[in-house]
Design a protein around this ligand. Structure first.
Ligand SMILES: *[C@@H]1O[C@H](CO)[C@@H](O)[C@H](O)[C@H]1NC(C)=O
Ligand SMILES: *[C@@H]1O[C@H](CO)[C@@H](O)[C@H](O)[C@H]1NC(C)=O
Ligand SMILES: *[C@@H]1O[C@H](CO)[C@@H](O)[C@H](O)[C@H]1NC(C)=O
Ligand SMILES: *[C@@H]1O[C@H](CO)[C@@H](O)[C@H](O)[C@H]1NC(C)=O
Ligand SMILES: *[C@@H]1O[C@H](CO)[C@@H](O)[C@H](O)[C@H]1NC(C)=O
Ligand SMILES: *[C@@H]1O[C@H](CO)[C@@H](O)[C@H](O)[C@H]1NC(C)=O
Ligand SMILES: *[C@@H]1O[C@H](CO)[C@@H](O)[C@H](O)[C@H]1NC(C)=O
Ligand SMILES: *[C@@H]1O[C@H](CO)[C@@H](O)[C@H](O)[C@H]1NC(C)=O
Length: 486
């Protein structure tokens, strides 16, 4: 028992920090009209995103991310892994060009070596650990090994039977590779990179698991999901997947390797054969995920290790091949508009009332009238429209509605005491809900921290999502279903 507690304490020291868990975001670039690196970084700042993962080491992005305080995970592409795994000088050149050249002004803190190599290009498996070793040695030469960690994201597919978590093990085909990876991670104080998608596990399970379980929604008492060996109760499939990975690692006798979830998410739109890829499910999944991560506790088997997590993904990648859902994992359109409003924090200040009256755009207002209203407010109306210029905190989402709301409100705050009205040819309305979001503070705001990703409510209330849920499972205890999977 004492040993267990000591181990937990060590974990704490190694990995967690006083600030608790983080939520980061993946930035995939298979996008036909990707915003410029500068614009992407403006979006990240507006969202106050602290951690990003790039799928390569794009020079424009790394330059744009400099001096932002944003922590960056860069990636060695699968194509690059072979060359690096075969030559230490190629690895050194990669580090010089893509890491050493940017730190410290760009805060690169980790390198993801390949993406799901074992399952996507298994014939490269023999060079994976050599590649990681060469990269690590190059970091040592540059004296960067303490601030930059090397790891390699793996898919859940290398753990064939993740349920129940306590009995999960890695596919024995990969014994020696996985063993070497874990040894590397332990020796270098690095962490395991896990891509874990309850969406795919749920779809694969053919209705065995209730969708509520995949979406972090409470389960009725007869459907509680309990691991029969540990008696840990699992409130979400996400936690079960993370614990299945901890168990698999432990089965190979490694104990001090924290897990970071490098990808998870939910598609918001899919083809006719992908009925679970809906806006409602995506919103619920990501909202609940964020709350769960910001809770700062770990999964049942490792309660003191926060589950740092990167959401997949920032933009919809419309040029990705594959099923319709593959193109629809983003939380933003490339014009900066949120696909669905997403609350990035677990504070419940959402919707906090204020005694201040704000003036914002009315839902459904005519666009021509809005443009005229915006022009008037920023011109003759003398509103201060600096914050909605490109590169400023209220520029994104780059929409007429957002910009006009900001300008109308600035005018109104200055002028209503001397008779200025909130009308703008019928396109404006007042509200006591503070429309500020993240670093975009509307005039009159008491800096009350609202937690919308983007100010979707800046034009009227959002229609609440209907609480429909598919009742897939009969009233049998899922406790029994663990055995089904064993
Ligand atoms: C980079 O991020 C790490 C981890 O949050 C932090 O400790 C460090 O101070 C940051 N470095 C810079 C230069 O901002
Ligand atoms: C383990 O991986 C191998 C190679 O990909 C595959 O053929 C095998 O079916 C997997 N085993 C299980 C139990 O999934
Ligand atoms: C992998 O490891 C497991 C557990 O240690 C062992 O039972 C199995 O035989 C090993 N398989 C291979 C292919 O080495
Ligand atoms: C793990 O350690 C135990 C006890 O030392 C040992 O019996 C077992 O064979 C080890 N398993 C592996 C996969 O090395
Ligand atoms: C955090 O999550 C754990 C596990 O779901 C739960 O037991 C605990 O009550 C939560 N704590 C808070 C403060 O929400
Ligand atoms: C905010 O105002 C609404 C409508 O006046 C009221 O129903 C709600 O309870 C208030 N919320 C808070 C947190 O004061
Ligand atoms: C942003 O792009 C999306 C998707 O193309 C579109 O539906 C939406 O109307 C756009 N918003 C604005 C304000 O242009
Ligand atoms: C509100 O924000 C302004 C500017 O960012 C800052 O100067 C002020 O101290 C803040 N007020 C509070 C109460 O946090």
């Amino acid at each position: 028992m004492l040993e267990i507690w000591l181990r937990l304490l060590l974990f704490c020291g190694i990995f967690s920090n006083a600030l608790g868990a983080f939520i980061g975001i993946n930035i995939g670039t298979d996008v036909s009209n990707l915003p410029s690196a500068t614009d992407i970084v403006a979006i990240l700042k507006a969202l106050q995103i602290s951690n990003v993962r790039l799928f390569d080491a794009d020079a424009h992005m790394l330059n744009a991310l400099s001096n932002t305080g944003i922590e960056v995970m860069v990636s060695v592409t699968n194509e690059e892994v072979l060359g690096i795994g075969e030559s230490s000088s190629t690895a050194a050149a990669w580090i010089n060009k893509n890491v050493a050249a940017y730190v410290p002004s760009t805060n690169i803190t980790s390198i993801a070596v390949g993406s799901e190599i074992l399952t996507s290009i298994p014939n490269a498996a023999p060079v994976l650990v050599p590649a990681m070793n060469y990269l690590y040695k190059a970091l040592v030469s540059s004296n960067l090994n303490h601030q930059v960690k090397v790891s390699t994201p793996q898919s859940m597919e290398i753990i064939p039977r993740p349920f129940p978590p306590s009995t999960a093990t890695f596919n024995t085909t990969w014994n020696s590779t996985v063993f070497q990876i874990l040894q590397f991670l332990q020796n270098t104080n690095s962490f395991y990179m896990l891509n874990a998608y309850p969406y795919y596990e749920y779809v694969k399970s053919n209705g065995i698991f209730p969708i509520d379980y995949a979406l972090f929604r409470p389960l009725s008492s007869v459907k509680q999901i309990v691991d029969p060996n540990t008696l840990f109760r699992y409130n979400s499939m996400f936690e079960a997947l993370v614990d299945a990975t901890y168990s698999s690692i432990e089965a190979l006798n490694f104990t001090r390797i924290p897990i970071v979830v490098t990808e998870t998410g939910w598609p918001w739109f899919g083809g006719a054969n992908e009925p679970d890829a809906t806006l409602e499910n995506a919103k619920i999944f990501n909202e609940n995920l964020i709350q769960r991560v910001f809770n700062d506790s770990g999964p049942p088997s490792q309660p003191t290790i926060p589950v740092n997590t990167y959401i997949y993904e920032l933009f919809n990648e419309d040029t990705r091949p594959g099923p319709v859902s593959e193109k629809n994992w983003g939380v933003l359109f490339t014009n900066g508009t949120a696909v669905y409003p997403l609350s990035l924090s677990n504070s419940d200040s959402n919707g906090a009332n204020s005694s201040t009256v704000f003036c914002i755009v009315k839902s459904g207002a005519d666009e021509n009238k809005l443009q005229n209203g915006l022009n008037w407010a920023c011109g003759p109306g003398e509103a201060n429209c600096k914050a909605i210029q490109q590169g400023q905190p209220c520029y994104f989402p780059d929409t007429l509605q957002n910009h006009a709301s900001y300008a109308y409100n600035d005018y109104y705050q200055k002028m209503h005491s001397s008779g200025g009205t909130c009308d703008f040819d019928g396109t404006a309305t007042t509200t006591t809900n503070d429309p500020s979001y993240r670093s975009c503070k509307f005039s009159g705001s008491l800096n009350s921290s609202t937690s919308e990703l983007f100010p979707a409510p800046a034009f009227g209330p959002i229609a609440p999502f209907s609480g429909s849920s598919r009742n897939l499972v009969s009233q049998i205890s899922l406790f029994l279903l663990w055995f089904y999977f064993m």
